[in-house]
Design a protein around this ligand. Sequence first.
Ligand code: SF4
Length: 103
Amino acid sequence: MNDQPPPTTLRSIVQAATGYDVRRCGRCSYCVHFVTPEDDVSLEMMLQLVMQNDEEVLTSRTLWSDDALKRARQMCVSTMDVAAIMLALREEARRRGLSKDAG
Ligand code: SF4
């Protein structure tokens, strides 16, 4: 009875790990103003990719940028902790062998 299947979509994986449903992103584009040349996608786009269950998000430069991670703590106007979401996505990338860091 307690044997729930493990979450399979990126959205459900993030929700299980952080408690945040990425559908709460209001697509307000506020975070888009803080994209740097090093980033390949904005936070908004990152969350959209999660919603679409697009694995590409797991190898995006933005996801693995520590600078973007720092900015994520302040860049989102929703009540979601986007940095925590990014860390959950990094963890999932490692699990799938898609890690972009040495560890
Ligand atoms: S600031 Fe937050 S709510 Fe607005 S688009 Fe970016 S991620 Fe979504």
